[in-house]
Design a protein around this ligand. Structure first.
Ligand SMILES: [Zn+2]
Length: 198
C-alpha cells in the first residue's frame, strides 16, 4: 500500500508540473536594433532576461524583430527598441550620460507594451564600472546590464505600474552601473513578481 501511495504521489506531482508549464501564457519580446549591436551582448541579454523572468509566470521568447514572421500571431508581445550602439567597441564620445537608461510609454496613464533602451548610455555607464579582466568580456557584461535594465522595464509593463519598490533589487528607481554588471545574480522580490503575474 505504501509503495502504491508513493507511486501515485509521484505521478500526480509529475502531472502537475506538466500542467503548470503547459498553461503558462507566452510572452514574446521583440528587439529592434537601431545601430550596431554585438552578438555577444545580444546573446547575454537574452539569457539574463530569461533567468530573471523565469519566475514571472510566463514562457518567455526573446528574439530580434526581423526573426518574426509577417502576420505572426502573438499571445502577448512587448516591443523593445535598442537605441544607439549596443557594443563596447564604439562608444560615442561626449554623449550626455545623465538621463534614463530605459523608459516605457503610456497613454492616459496606461503603460504601453513598448520599451526603449538607451544602449549608448548604458554602455558608457558600465564602461566606467569595469575593472581589469572585466574589460576583456566587456560586450558580454554590457549584455548582462541590458538584460537587467530590460527586466526592470518589463516589471513596469507587466505589472502595469509606474511605481518603484525602494526595498526591491530590480524594481527600485535606480540601479548602480556596478550592480548592472555584477556576477552576483539579481532577482525580483516576491512582491514584484506577484505584481507581474498574469
Ligand atoms: Zn522604473
Amino acid at each position: 500500500m505504501r509503495s502504491l501511495l508513493t507511486a501515485l504521489f509521484a505521478l500526480s506531482a509529475c502531472f502537475q508540473s506538466v500542467l503548470s508549464a503547459e498553461s503558462l501564457p507566452n510572452l514574446t519580446v521583440l528587439l529592434s536594433v537601431e545601430g550596431k549591436a554585438s552578438a555577444a551582448a545580444l546573446a547575454e541579454l537574452k539569457s539574463e532576461l530569461n533567468e530573471i523572468m523565469k519566475n514571472a509566470g510566463r514562457k518567455l521568447d526573446v528574439r530580434l524583430r526581423e526573426e518574426s514572421v509577417s502576420h505572426e500571431n502573438f499571445d502577448d508581445v512587448v516591443l523593445v527598441r535598442l537605441k544607439g550602439t549596443c557594443t563596447m567597441e564604439r562608444l560615442t564620445p561626449f554623449m550626455d550620460e545623465r538621463g534614463p537608461l530605459a523608459w516605457t510609454h503610456s497613454t492616459d496613464g496606461v503603460i504601453l507594451p513598448f520599451a526603449e533602451v538607451a544602449c549608448d548610455r548604458i554602455a558608457r555607464a558600465v564602461a566606467g564600472a569595469m575593472w581589469g579582466e572585466e574589460r576583456k568580456e566587456a560586450d558580454r557584461l554590457l549584455g548582462r546590464a541590458l538584460g537587467r535594465v530590460l527586466a526592470h522595464e518589463l516589471y513596469h509593463i507587466l505589472g502595469k505600474t509606474h511605481e518603484h519598490n525602494p526595498d526591491g533589487s530590480l524594481a527600485k528607481e535606480a540601479i548602480s552601473a556596478k550592480r548592472l554588471i555584477s556576477p552576483e545574480p539579481i532577482a525580483f522580490d516576491i512582491r514584484d513578481l506577484n505584481r507581474m503575474m498574469p
